[in-house]
Design a protein around this ligand. Sequence first.
Ligand code: TYM
Length: 355
Amino acid sequence: MRIFSGIQPTGKKHLGNYIGAIRQYVDGQERAAASGDESLFCVVDLHAVTVAYDPAELRERLYDTTAVLLAAGLDPSKCVLFRQSDVPAHTELSWLLSSVVPNGRLSRMHQFRDKSGAQRELVSSGLLFYPVLMAADVLAYRADEVPVGEDQREHLELMRDAARDINRRFAPELGPGEGGKPGLLMVPEQRTPEVGARVMDLQDPTRKMSTTGGSVEGTVYVLDEGKALEKKFKRAVTDSETEIRYDRAEKPGVSNLLEILAASKRISIDEAVASMADARGYGDLKMAALTAVDEELAPLRERYAELRPDVAALEAALAQGAARATELAAGTLADVREAMGVGVPRAFSGARPGA
Ligand code: TYM
């Protein structure tokens, strides 16, 4: 079981990133190791240059994100943690994949439509190409599973189709790469958590919590603490009833708080609802969610404070990861080049035929 996921080094990481993705990475690191395979986690700096950004700030945010991942429990001796731009195989494979990805499909992607609409000056071609690079990130390692939040579904579908199309067109004799069969590329599965796959903004619970689109007061950052954290929960938007029940459509605010409570305490939604049986009102639910989040994130905040100042140590961890990632991607790239007839002719590497 090989696991791959990526995270952007933009903005501050929030509770949606943590519950939807980062916590799953730590779990994935253990599951991959238990299966005798590897897990890879990539800070995707090349994706971050597709919208307006400041180069110096990008470097800082990259260290922030790396430190958050380490503080959450990723361990470079157990997983491969690296910076995307350190491994050129990603950009090379994205170009090769572009030969099977229809342009029309890229321009219809939700993220492209949303983000291109929000750009005031330039809509870069990188923004359009974003999903192809993301497909390359995963396919370069022939990963079986991709832990992500619900919002990445469309990207995962495109990635799966790109793998299928490359396999079918250029190497059908190697197999389909899915259904337990080998292939030139593997068709990866999306893994989203049962609870917390789509954490919503506390101020507008019909919108997902997000670095760019949400409200500052409704976005809980993983490093928020004390009064700032408390204020966000106390002011969370609910509804005009008093009943605590889980109903995403009718009671989005209350349901989001229940989901945050359940995810943070690692219990089911039903158990979270039951734990609120004696609540006097929504105030108690808000306090319960706040306490659960605070307890879950306190150790992360402490470790982050220790790790973040030591940039040399962060760079050393990333360099170690990049070296291993480069080795792992080399076999896939050689095979794809061979299948597509580019470069010097050679035999298939058989590095990891998959499945
Ligand atoms: P990014 O950096 O926006 O988000 C990182 C992860 O956080 C999840 N997430 C959420 N989960 C639950 N509720 C939310 N409100 C919420 N907001 C964000 C995202 O689903 C994601 O898993 N395109 C990716 C980065 C990427 C990638 C990859 C991911 C690049 N290459 C290869 C997987 C595999 C992104 O922008 O994530």
